[in-house]
Design a protein around this ligand. Structure first.
Ligand code: UT7
Length: 323
């Protein structure tokens, strides 16, 4: 059997935070944030609103649009780095709270590449013949682990969630996937609760995201440009076949640089960062769903999705949109 996406849903918290918010307590400006990142606003979860709540809201949105039952889902995958708690997993909580009795439940820890890893795993689980209906969620409450004293990172992050239903079908629409990691760059982007070193480099164990922005920027442009070409080629396509490029939304300048590097029109890329900031594993489904809803993404369009992030990790595939 092949893997086919049969429904999508998303959710973002109500509270909108614009760039001027940061001007009151940091040496920064709306102009710097807009021109250096492309972000104009982002959403913040409420104090008592956690990643599981955002995930459930995204799945309820999906279920309403799907119109059939999701209680027969047999595997739940949740990509996140902001679990409500490490144990039980987010996927287990969803299994209980969404009343899906016979599902396996597993969280994916691959940072901003989590959604790409999820697509890779979901496709493999279905192609193995062992599972038939998979719920894949990418959800984050990054603002709960944001260091608001670090002006280089706190202006970036936002909260959100996206979900896909992926089912067994004779004709699938998730193409060949590539996933990988460069653990040697682990110290460039981390969130540590205990350890005070990575790769021999001292790190802060303060339960906040710490990022060497310039290093990650350079790595992302180089690696994602290579990934763009590798994923397209692995699917027997050329870049002219790609209707929409949906990279992880980290920085508009990264997206522009990748497009320049590979010779792909930036107008054919989709982003969620201008309105939602960097939402890690939720950024690709948020960008996709907005374009699905407003009609830019049409049935039959070929979508190149590339995730990259802490780890350092990366994962991508081509989807032929079928809804
Ligand atoms: O999602 C996971 C993957 N993450 C990423 O892909 C993030 C990749 N990195 C980035 O997006 C960018 O590197 C940042 C947005 C984090 C920073 O942008 P940048 O253009 O790389 O800035 P920079 O770090 O090179 O800093 C340039 C200047 C510095 O000042 P000096 O040293 O030139 O005087 C910074 O101190 O901008 C300063 N700066 C700021 N100024 C005003 C840094 N942050 C701010 C700020 N407001 N918020």
């Amino acid at each position: 059997m092949e893997a086919k996406i049969t429904a999508i849903g998303t959710y973002a918290p109500e509270k909108v935070i614009d760039n001027h918010y940061f001007e009151s307590f940091l040496d920064t400006s709306d102009e710097w944030i807009r021109t250096r990142t492309g972000i104009t606003e982002r959403r913040y979860s409420a104090d008592n609103e956690y990643t599981s709540d955002l995930s459930i809201a995204a799945v309820k949105n999906l279920a309403a649009r799907y119109g059939k039952t999701i209680s027969d889902v047999d595997f739940i995958l949740v990509a996140t780095v902001t679990h409500d708690q490490i144990m039980p997993s987010m996927a287990s909580q969803l299994q209980y709270r969404l009343n899906i009795p016979n599902a396996a439940a597993l969280d994916i820890s691959a940072a901003c590449a989590g959604f790409g890893y999820g697509l890779t795993l979901a496709r493999s689980l279905i192609r193995s013949g062992m599972y038939r209906k998979i719920l894949l969620v990418g959800a984050e409450t990054l603002t709960k682990v944001t260091d608001f004293e670090d002006r280089t990172s706190c202006i970036l992050f936002g909260d959100g969630a996206g979900a896909l239903l992926i089912e067994a079908a004779d004709k699938g629409n998730i193409g060949e996937c590539i996933a990988g990691a460069e653990g040697s760059g682990g110290q460039e982007l981390y969130l540590s609760t205990q350890a005070t070193q990575v790769n021999g480099t001292p790190i802060k164990a303060n339960n906040k995201i710490v990022q060497n922005g310039r290093a990650v920027f350079r790595w992302a442009v180089t690696r994602m440009s290579e990934m763009f070409e590798a994923v397209v080629e692995k699917n027997g396509l050329t870049k002219e076949d790609i209707d929409w490029f949906i990279p992880h939304s980290a920085n508009m300048r990264i997206i522009e640089a990748i497009c320049r590097q590979v010779g792909f029109p930036v107008e054919k890329s989709l982003e969620s960062l201008s309105r939602f900031g960097n939402t890690s594993s939720a950024s690709i489904p948020l960008a996709l769903d907005e374009a699905v809803r407003d009609g830019r993404v049409k049935k039959g369009d070929k979508l190149l999705m590339l995730g990259f992030g802490g780890g350092l990790t990366y994962a991508g595939t081509v989807v032929e949109w079928g809804l």
